[in-house]
Design a protein around this ligand. Sequence first.
Ligand code: ADP
Ligand code: MG
Length: 578
Amino acid sequence: MSAIAQMIDPVADVEQELTDGFHLVIDALKLNGIDTIYGVPGIPITDLGRMAQAEGIRVVSFRHEQNAGNAAAIAGFLTKKPGICLTVSAPGFLNGLTALANATTNCFPMILISGSSEREIVDLQQGDYEEMDQLAIAKPLCKAAFRVLHAADIGIGVARAIRAAVSGRPGGVYLDLPAKLFSQVMDAEAGAKSLVKVIDAAPAQLPAPSAVKRALDVLKAAKRPLIILGKGAAYSQADEEIRTFVEKSGIPFLPMSMAKGILPDTHPQSAGAARSTVLKDADVVLLVGARLNWLLSHGKGKTWGDAPKKFIQIDIEPKEMDSNVEIVAPLVGDIGSCISALLAGIDGSWQAPSTEWTGAINARKEANIAKMAPKLMKNSAPMDFHSALGALRTVIKERPDAILVNEGANTLDLARGIIDMYEPRKRLDVGTWGVMGIGMGFAVGAAVETGKPVLAVEGDSAFGFSGMEVETICRYNLPVCIVIFNNNGIYRGTDTDPTGRDPGTTVFVKDSRYDKMMEAFGGVGVHVTTPDELKRAVDKAMDSGVPTLINAAIDPAAGSESGNIGSLNPQSVVKKKS
Ligand code: ADP
Ligand code: MG
């Protein structure tokens, strides 16, 4: 407990120990087990960062708040503790807001703490330094938003922010701390008493026995059952329960992107390589921490075939049920509790799915895997996406505890299918929004939180959104290896300006050497043109733990428009007469 010893009343000659807003915020975070802050320093929170570091909190300073926010968000996903992002007022706050909104959309717990300007001046719009009503702006973009005006309320403010972030469906929380608060002084003992240690921040939520029975009845009557694991399942850390349930039930499973690895992609029950078949043909689908949003075609339409389907859904958020289609057996509760309850129902009377169903899936899987195999083994120059990803697939197979960060268009879509994952929470990607720009923030957050080697597989465009953080990676000497799939542009590197005046709208400087960026900050830069060279360079980086950026030259003509989601990108059919 830190405090300022000060004589406040020399006449009475009473020595009173004092504390202030800065110290109370730090003490409140520490009391609640927060050991890391991600942020960008500046007015009015410069000293808060300095003092937090001095008090033993790890403070990781970024070059842009969005990346600090993304690091905090992924820290939340990996640890189930809210990741903290600290920013300056107005512009810094707004930069952090993208990450806060993205965290909320993805159900990652994080707290954006921003300094703000003088309330009296902001509310009268008298033009303060970085004037902005930040609380009002943050509110619709996060789960909860709070402002603390009195030092005595800091303990409660931090406690509410933590509980709001991690309880129920996790999400982003905004905490507004006006500049004046930091220098408010109060009695140290009263200050210490005002702090709150949050008890049972994310309480278990048990499903009702009748809901469990309903779900088991539907599951038992299924002929072609399927389990879909989502990132909520990965977040819940109920790894053992989920694995046991899947294996005891014998039901095939399909992992969503960030749920890959809860059970290995090479597991005999994995239906990953037969995705379209199982979605079309299953008659009962058990969703475990996965929403029926656009990533699952809203549970209807061509993707899901004509056969009638019944959905069972496990989710901690009751309002998620029936969001897109009828859920015949809603199981509201935390995933660990719900899966344990279902597991108790897998008794002697349980019948594993028919070999007709599992056999059909296996046949499709094997056919798809055999079709893909030769594409992954080509040692060509220039590389295409498949041959380069074939090399990285082997890297992860040999280093299953490494964390894979992945963004881009083709780089993302193809890596998701090609690179098998073996352990939970090792694949971190663009999530629910399919957002670009998470790369370096996630890489830093993952390295700091886990201490494991990180492999960031980045499209050249995607990398650009957070590329300046290579300096941060070098400064903190983090074991991050970045591989840039450099195809000279967005989707492809071959577009031109029909008028001949400028470069095409989707192309970058041809044959850029991103590897030189890393060298500028003392890291290792490597330029590779074949899958063999790529594999060697990644292995070396991961063995050494030295920050490395590998510029992988990819055929500029190899990509397809918008990757796998080209159908979402409207294209004009009107031909203009010239
Ligand atoms: P994916 O994109 O992988 O399908 P989503 O983000 O769509 O995953 O869905 C995750 C779901 O998991 C959300 O609806 C969220 O409410 C839920 N969830 C998150 N944590 C838990 C938990 N501990 N228990 C139950 N449900 C959870
Ligand atoms: Mg590209």
